[in-house]
Write a protein that binds this ligand. Structure first.
Ligand SMILES: Nc1ncnc2c1ncn2[C@@H]1O[C@H](COP(=O)(O)OP(=O)(O)OP(=O)(O)O)[C@@H](O)[C@H]1O
Ligand SMILES: [Mg+2]
Length: 224
């Protein structure tokens, strides 16, 4: 589905250049469950952003279903990203001024007329599934961490993506709530055949995932 070939990412810091990713080769297939681990600053989030088409590499290629995304316009890349990827973050990244339902519907805002399904109905189905339906009109700051993360996952799923990219999704949760969120992601992989890529610091969590990628200093040092 998505393939990175010799991808590097170089940031310019004043006069200096900083290489955040060096020659990364990785393929993410449909339905795969992948855990990325490695110390702080090794490039995990940078890699996730490139896999999710949120950012472009400084060199190397990103192929989406075999097509080089460098040949697409910015607009095409945004629509592609919106269709195929959903993002989940450590800090939930919900909008506090919007209620739960509005947060979940946010990614459909500019696309609702194009969607082949009823976004409102899908939002309610997702809230039912994740046991947050009675919170539809509540605001994020009135919810527990686990509930906020389930809202964020529902938001990531609203456009029926093919892949969920979760960057430390359990980092702000206690271990029990964190395990629940992980179970939910595993269930989405099994039942809905979604590809899941999760970044985690927790070696215990990473053991549950069949495919593990270990990074160090911008490189993949171990992959299985
Ligand atoms: N916009 C940027 N400009 C300059 N340097 C950056 C930028 N974004 C990231 N970096 C640097 O690139 C490196 C990799 O950052 P990245 O966020 O990918 O690390 P990470 O593995 O996700 O770390 P953490 O586990 O702490 O989240 C870091 O050294 C970081 O300082
Ligand atoms: Mg990070």
């Amino acid at each position: 589905m998505i393939e990175l070939i010799k991808v590097s990412k170089i940031y310019q810091l004043d006069e200096d250049l900083f290489t955040a990713l060096k020659n990364i080769n990785i393929t993410i297939k449909q339905g795969e469950l992948t855990a990325i681990t490695g110390p702080s600053g090794c490039g995990k989030s940078t890699l996730m952003h490139i896999i999710g088409l949120l950012d472009e590499p400084s060199s190397g290629k990103v192929l989406f279903n075999g097509k080089d995304i460098a040949e697409l316009s910015d607009n095409d890349i945004s629509s592609l990203r919106n269709e195929f990827a959903g993002f989940v973050f450590q800090q939930f990244n919900l909008i506090n001024k919007l209620n739960v339902l509005e947060n979940i519907l946010l990614p459909t805002l500019y696309y609702r007329h194009k969607l082949p399904f009823n976004a409102n109905q899908r939002a309610y189905e997702l809230m039912e599934r994740f046991s947050i339906a009675e919170k539809a009109k509540s605001f994020p700051n009135k919810l527990s961490g686990g509930q906020q993360q389930r809202v964020a996952i529902a938001r990531a799923l609203i456009n029926k993506p093919k892949i969920i990219l979760a960057d430390e999704p359990t980092g702000n949760l206690d271990s029990k709530t964190g395990s629940k969120i992980l179970e939910l992601l595993q269930e989405l992989n099994k039942q809905d055949k979604l590809s899941i890529v999760i970044v985690t610091h927790d070696p215990q969590i990473a053991t549950v995932f069949p495919r593990k990628i270990r990074m160090l200093d911008g490189q993949i040092i171990k992959s299985k």
